[in-house]
Ligand binder design. Structure first.
Ligand code: AMP
Length: 396
């Protein structure tokens, strides 16, 4: 029977270094939404901010996009609104229409099991549908400042019972000249509210805004920590796209590469890697959606029994994989979603053997790796293998 490795139970005693979403004090419908989103563990800003927001504190979060800041304020916000009256109780102000839509989508995702209504409010589109939504009654409004004022003037919504105000990307809102609109909106909101301000930077204007509208705020600052604290050893290998298989074959020659799970973006990519590895005499098998269930089960059991050393899987296959004792995870392609990286890395780090996680990064994947590093809250060390990295190849 294949052994199963399950994530740690949520009631395991949390340590400061290893918080779980449950240990932060979030309630069940919110935890379900988090699980549904595929997040294994809180990002650094979530771990710090969520307990404070749940306590009702005002908070200044110094964090840029890509750190998981939206969930850092939305999860405790949803938690708070689950109980209490169905009124408009929360307003999230964002600088742009794009961010407004993005935040609204996140709110919907995190409020999925909480039965809360959300309305997005931004300019450049007709007022009517927004007006209808607001008048029907919503729990949470996500808005850009200019359009929010239009609706307030038309009395499409009142903020008499608003409890939580979030100023997202406050520095950008001020840069865009929204200070007068923000002042006008805040004047409509009761003073005994909770106010959360997020900003990538803290110029004097943002400080002034915080002084004006926040009460005894705690400041949570998320910089990139050093990678040394990490339990899993991650590394990024810069390599041109057409040298990835050669690098993989090279790494597989090293000691300790006993059971290696390789992730590729596409089925064809996975098949090609398997063919090339087999050509080099490496026992490898592919696992993806085109394989029958019987083939997949066989591949998995051969991998677990050590008959094949390398299993090459696609993104689609990865969620169902439940394997212990992997020595290495290799991201042949950089995962498209940061949460997939966290998922995959979890497969080695949380299993009884500590694994290494390597990510092959072609030049066009650099931006994606940066996003992942922001989510992790730490940089991933780069390892150059002479003859395979960009520099040496370009020079050679
Ligand atoms: P944000 O900084 O809020 O724009 O979030 C950036 C990305 O991180 C989004 O794609 C989220 O879905 C993702 N994300 C947020 N929290 C987590 C988490 N705890 N684990 C993995 N991914 C996350």
């Amino acid at each position: 029977m294949p052994r199963k490795t399950k994530p740690k139970p949520t009631d395991a005693a949390p340590t400061a270094a290893d918080p779980t979403f449950a240990s932060l004090g979030l309630s069940e419908p919110v935890l379900r939404a988090v699980e549904d989103a595929g997040y294994r563990a809180p990002t650094p800003i979530q771990a710090e901010a969520i307990p404070l927001v749940l306590k009702g504190r005002d908070l200044i979060g110094l964090a840029q996009t890509g750190t998981g800041k939206t969930a850092a304020f939305t999860l405790p916000l949803v938690d708070r609104l689950i109980t209490g009256p169905r009124r408009t109780r929360a307003l999230i102000l964002t600088p742009t229409r794009e961010l407004c839509v993005q935040v609204e989508e996140s709110v919907r995702k995190y409020a999925k099991f909480a039965e809360l209504d959300v309305a997005p409010v931004y300019g450049g589109v007709p007022l009517d549908p927004q007006q209808k939504a607001l008048r029907a009654g919503v729990d949470i409004v996500v808005a850009t400042p200019g359009r929010m004022i239009d609706h307030l003037e038309r009395q499409n919504v009142v903020f008499d019972e608003l409890e939580v105000l979030v100023l997202d990307e406050a520095d950008r809102m001020l840069d865009m000249g929204f200070a007068p609109q923000i002042n006008c909106i805040v004047a409509e909101i009761p003073p005994y509210r909770q106010t959360l301000l997020f900003s990538a930077t803290m110029p004097p204007e943002v400080e002034a805004l915080a002084r004006k509208y926040l009460r005894k705020p705690v400041v949570v600052q998320i910089g990139l920590r050093s990678a040394a604290a990490s339990t899993v050893s991650h590394a990024v290998y810069p390599v041109p796209a057409d040298r990835k298989t050669a690098l993989l074959a090279e790494l597989l020659k090293r000691d300790g590469m006993d059971s290696v799970l390789v992730f590729c973006r596409t089925k064809h990519g996975a098949d090609r890697v398997v063919r090339q590895l087999q050509h080099e005499g490496v026992a490898a098998t592919a696992m993806h959606a085109d394989k029958t269930q019987a083939q997949r089960t066989q591949a998995l059991s051969d991998f677990k029994d050590g008959k094949i050393r390398v299993l090459v899987a696609t993104d689609i296959a990865q969620r169902g994989l439940d394997i212990s004792g992997i020595s290495h995870v290799i991201n042949y392609d950089v995962p498209q979603q940061p949460e997939d990286y966290v998922h995959r890395i979890g497969r080695t780090g949380r299993a009884e053997t500590t694994g290494d996680a390597f990510t092959f990064m072609a030049p066009d994947e650099i931006a994606m790796v940066r996003t992942i590093e922001r989510i992790l809250g730490e940089p991933i060390p780069r390892i150059s293998v002479p003859g395979y990295d960009f520099g040496t190849v370009a020079n050679g």
